[in-house]
Design a protein around this ligand. Structure first.
Ligand code: PMP
Length: 290
């Protein structure tokens, strides 16, 4: 594997960052998780847009232009002969001194790993996930806005630990007001009649790129989209529920906190959206090869 660090490629054993990188010392940095399908990088522009928005929010100067960053991702995929894969792009604050002050870090680092895809086992996509609400609430947007895709994922990791301790793969995270925000690495949707509903961004959710794509596909399919505040009650009484994320794609949820959702099996609308999503990922994206 060839890993891009600041414009050079290293193999897995020699790809290293300094112990003084504030990305490691303080989680001071940002990242994106991106997918390649069928020789194309899916929604690359949107991921790089979001990377730049995260950077702006934490006053991090990305050392490459938007165009150069897109090219670096495509080049790293090509160097690794990726056709279908998962790309982890990070920008760390860079090497500094002990102490929080980011101004001590003179040069942010860009790291790009283009690897094979790691999916949930196929059975989860067929049968659907059982998930639970966990005690750890999602970060307040007035404290650390979940819209910032930062290298500090402890809030999500704590929720993930609580989910796995409870025997589940995923956690529903509520915000401090008790409304549903999202899962640890995915956005959450419910279907109610002809409506597709997902929490608003103000509920403390990431501006998910898959979320955006799914809302467009649902509109095409004639569904009405809503972004109201949702409570656990709304989840329990949904006809269908599913999660979205670059890694997970669309995955049905069939039980939440012991309550079966709808029929207790993946729903028809979810299945149709999954098909539409795969059709789109197969035919669009930034070409890796000429
Ligand atoms: N929420 C969180 C907390 C995430 O980390 C992610 C990405 N893994 C998502 C939602 C889904 O976002 P996207 O569709 O852009 O991958």
């Amino acid at each position: 594997m060839k890993i891009h660090i600041d414009g050079k490629y290293y193999d897995e054993r020699t790809a290293k960052v300094s112990v003084f990188d504030h990305g490691l010392l303080y989680g001071d940095g940002i990242f994106e998780g991106i997918r390649a399908y069928n020789g194309r990088v899916f929604k690359l522009k949107e991921h790089i847009d979001r990377l730049f928005y995260s950077a702006k929010a934490i006053l991090l100067k990305v050392p490459l232009s938007h165009a150069a960053m897109m090219k670096a991702v495509v080049d790293t995929c090509r160097a690794n002969k990726i056709r279908d894969g998962y790309i982890r792009l990070m920008v760390t604050r860079g090497v500094g001194t002990l102490g929080l002050n980011p101004n001590r870090c003179k040069k942010p680092s860009v790291i790009i790993i283009a690897d094979k895809i790691q999916l949930y086992p196929p059975s989860y996509y067929k049968k659907g996930l059982t998930i639970i609400t966990v005690p750890t609430v999602r970060n307040l947007h007035s404290a650390l806005n979940p819209a910032i895709k930062s290298l500090n994922y402890l809030n999500n990791i704590l929720a993930k630990i609580e989910a796995t301790n409870g025997g589940c793969e995923e956690a529903v995270m509520l915000n401090a007001e008790g409304y549903v925000s999202e899962c640890t690495g995915d956005n959450i949707f419910i279907v109610k009649g002809k409506q597709l509903l997902t929490p608003p961004l103000s509920a403390g959710t990431l501006y998910g790129i898959t979320r955006e794509v799914v809302m467009d596909l649902a509109r095409e399919a004639g569904l009405t989209i809503g972004e109201p505040n949702l409570t656990r009650y709304d989840l329990f009484n949904a006809d269908e529920c599913f999660l979205t994320g670059t890694g997970a794609e669309l995955i049905p949820v069939v039980k939440i906190d012991g309550r079966p959702i709808g029929t207790g099996r993946p729903g028809r609308t979810t299945k149709r959206l999954v098909e539409q999503y795969h059709a789109l990922t197969n035919r669009s994206g930034e070409p890796i090869y000429d």
